[in-house]
Design a protein around this ligand. Structure first.
Ligand code: HPA
Ligand code: MG
Length: 179
């Protein structure tokens, strides 16, 4: 598995250090706010579990799963909800936990959905941001790291369902997906 990685971008230690910083900022802001953490499956699973242990305030944990209507054309921008929330978020502050902000379509869709449901506020916390890929305007409120326009795997991010369990973030070798 490690042989398929072109370059390690962020080691486990670097990720831990950055998560500590992000969690301190978020903890300062959300004292007495009682937000719902909405984790976007499956990529944000690792980031969410590691982050939430560092958040020192009352919160509820929830998750959604979304998928593109047409997986073969990734930039169609059509997003659909595959697994809905189990919490009522009316008047609740919401923090969306995402692995990576890429085209922005998923987060654009989710922000609208949660706003329509009456969320009191909506913020985005993402491990990674790949601004070169943006197609719709979405800004993360808390970002771990900016990454180049390369295919990234590890720490929850996959290629074809693989590499999510790598404890670091790295660039996947082109030879793995190009033939
Ligand atoms: N890697 C894995 N999943 C992704 C990426 C990426 O670079 N961009 C959007 N989803
Ligand atoms: Mg994926």
């Amino acid at each position: 598995m490690n042989n398929d990685i072109e370059k390690v971008l962020y080691t486990q230690d670097q990720i831990n250090e950055r998560l500590d910083q992000l969690a301190t900022t978020i903890t300062n802001k959300y004292q007495n706010e009682f937000p719902v953490l909405v984790s976007v499956m499956t990529g944000a699973m690792v980031f969410t579990t590691d982050m939430m242990k560092r958040l020192a305030f009352k919160l509820n944990l929830d998750y959604v799963d979304v998928s593109s209507y047409d997986e073969s054309s990734e930039s169609s921008g059509q997003v659909r909800l595959v697994q809905d929330l189990s919490h009522d978020i009316t008047n609740r502050p919401v923090i969306i936990m995402e692995d990576i902000i890429d085209t922005g379509h998923t987060l654009h869709y989710l922000k609208k959905l949660l706003a329509d449901r009456g969320a009191k506020s909506i913020e985005i916390c993402a491990l990674l941001d790949k601004p070169d890929r943006r197609e719709v305007e979405v800004e993360g409120d808390y970002i771990g790291f900016k990454v180049p326009n390369e295919f990234i795997v590890g720490y929850g991010l996959d290629y074809d369902g693989l590499y999510r369990n790598l404890p670091y973030v790295g660039i996947l070798k082109r030879s793995v997906y190009a033939d």
